[in-house]
Design a protein around this ligand. Structure first.
Ligand SMILES: Cc1cc2nc3c(=O)[nH]c(=O)nc-3n(C[C@H](O)[C@H](O)[C@H](O)COP(=O)(O)OP(=O)(O)OC[C@H]3O[C@@H](n4cnc5c(N)ncnc54)[C@H](O)[C@@H]3O)c2cc1C
Length: 473
């Protein structure tokens, strides 16, 4: 094999997991090269909220995460969760010992689970700009200060193995050429999810279409490269999907965050179908409902209905995070979005319903019933929290089409507690590691801040273990 370049550890993808793996491997004395598909690093990490899991104590966090993972599936064993918890317990210290400050901003998503009180979500304290969040600024600067080389605009195309299946490097498309890069110790896959791969989404997720707030660079390349060298896959249907708005002229979806509670979600029949405040990381379970009678997904898309006071209260779209950050400024009074046809307006609920091709009468009845529940102080059907009940008041009235939009896809090559990628029979593929969202340990239920927690936890494990591999070249 003629090699074009050589390193000890080749890291594919420069987001959170890639950065942490690179820092760890470098500090363990290994030579590292990062290759990144885009002209800049950061991936979804840089457009995220930047919250990372930082449990308060071990036993409760283990109990909580076991409950979360075992409630709907049994694909992760307790040892995996134990290692994850142990590493996440170090997350705060990892930042603070390197000079960052962190602060708490939240806790468990599922407070009904035992151990929930042990879950804490933290952020790196600092400035979030239109270019970077403070989490990514810190990681990027740590990589830069170590002078770890990064090849930008250089997607990995294929993993290379010797005849026994041992990883020897990868083909990287760089400067217009396919370059064979030799990795004398290991390759670490950190190239994110498959939010923008229509085939993988259609094949593994239930409802369709699913849009995304993440970076369009994440097209499941790591899934396919790992498959080609024999990796097992796991958690391919595990996703977190709040509802969001997708405009045809933008690649990514907009997060929706109304400034008031004067809104409801209705399905294609004009009926409410869930609490609008159900845990966002589990909303896919709600909208994925397939009606075996009408033979359609009546909640994809669904609609947000709101009144004039809600329109005036502030922008419906949130552009401080997600891929559209810096790409679009949502107007304060939503006027521009009405002009663009993203928000549909009418003077009466019934006419609004007809405009969006719902039964206006049913929609009217839905609003009347919801308003009665507000007056009663109790959402009799869907248990929307009492303090979130606000009636739909004076018109005009508005509707926005909403779809499930991916914050993450958890699926990818299965890994073990040492971050080694596995064959279907459970043996490690020699010298191949992974970290981050690609092949995350989360199955069907997801704890917010768990992904960045995992970038830190398994980024460190992968970097550490890869640096221990003997040199072969
Ligand atoms: C709006 C939003 C908010 C979120 N907030 C949070 C939060 O607060 N806390 C939390 O835990 N999670 C959050 N998430 C999820 C979290 O951000 C991601 O799961 C996490 O950042 C993934 O990190 P990663 O390093 O695995 O992948 P990424 O950060 O996406 O990095 C992957 C990198 O690989 C590159 N790449 C892709 N293919 C190739 C290839 N073939 N060759 C080379 N490079 C390649 C990509 O360009 C990218 O730079 C959020 C997600 C979104 C969309």
């Amino acid at each position: 094999m003629k090699w074009d370049a050589e390193t000890e550890i080749l890291i594919i993808g420069f987001g959170g997991a890639g950065a942490v793996a690179a820092i760890t491997a470098h500090d363990a004395g290994a030579q590292v090269l990062i290759v990144e598909k885009m002209e800049k690093g950061g991936g979804t990490t840089n457009i995220s909220l930047g919250g990372f899991l930082s449990p308060k104590e071990r036993a409760g966090a283990q109990q909580y995460l076991e409950n979360l993972c075992f409630r709907v599936s049994r694909t992760v064993d307790p040892e995996m969760i134990q290692i994850y918890v142990e590493e996440c317990l170090k997350n705060r210290e990892w930042f603070e010992s390197r000079g960052a400050r962190t602060h708490v901003y939240g806790g468990a998503a599922f407070s009904q689970l035992p151990g929930a009180e042990s879950i804490e979500k933290r952020m790196v304290t600092g400035k979030n700009t239109v270019e970077e969040n403070s989490f990514w600024t810190f990681l990027r600067s740590q990589v830069e200060s170590r002078k770890i080389p990064v090849w930008y605009s250089s997607p990995a195309k294929e993993l290379l193995t010797d005849p026994r299946g041992v990883l020897t490097g990868a083909v990287i498309e760089s400067e217009g050429k396919a370059k064979a890069v030799k990795a004398n110790r290991a390759v670490i896959l950190t190239c994110g999810g498959f939010e923008y791969d229509e085939w993988l989404k259609a094949n593994y997720l239930k409802g369709y279409p699913y849009h995304s707030f993440a970076t369009p660079a994440n097209t499941g390349d790591g899934v396919r490269m790992a498959q080609r060298v024999g990796a097992d896959l796991w958690h391919m249907s595990g996703v977190s999907t709040p509802l969001g708005f997708k405009a045809p002229e933008f690649e990514a979806a907009f997060m929706v965050r109304p400034a008031t509670h004067r809104y409801i979600f209705v399905d294609q029949e004009g009926k409410r179908f869930a609490s609008e405040f159900a845990e966002i990381h589990a909303y896919n379970f709600i909208v994925d409902y397939f009606d075996p009678h009408t033979l359609r997904f009546p909640r994809i898309p669904c609609y947000m209905i709101f009144d004039e006071a809600a329109r005036k209260a502030g922008p419906m779209g949130l552009t401080a995070i997600g891929y559209n950050r810096g790409r679009y400024d949502w107007s304060k009074d939503n006027g521009e979005e009405i002009r663009r046809g993203w928000i549909i307006a009418d003077d009466t609920i019934a006419c609004l319903g007809q405009k969006i091709e719902l039964d206006g009468g049913i929609l009217e009845k839905t609003v009347v019933q919801y308003n009665q529940d507000c007056q009663l102080g109790q959402d009799r059907e869907f248990h929307r929290p009492k303090d979130k009940l606000a009636p739909i008041g004076e018109g005009p009235y508005y509707a926005m089409k909403l779809w499930p939009c991916l914050l993450n896809t958890q699926g990818g090559p299965r890994r073990n507690v040492k971050a080694q990628v596995l064959y279907p029979d459970g043996r490690p593929i020699p010298r191949l590691y992974s970290a981050g969202e690609l092949g995350s340990l989360y199955g069907l239920l997801y704890q917010g801040s768990g992904n960045l927690g995992e970038c830190l936890a398994f980024g460190r494990i992968a970097g550490r273990e890869a640096a221990k591999e003997s040199l072969w070249g």
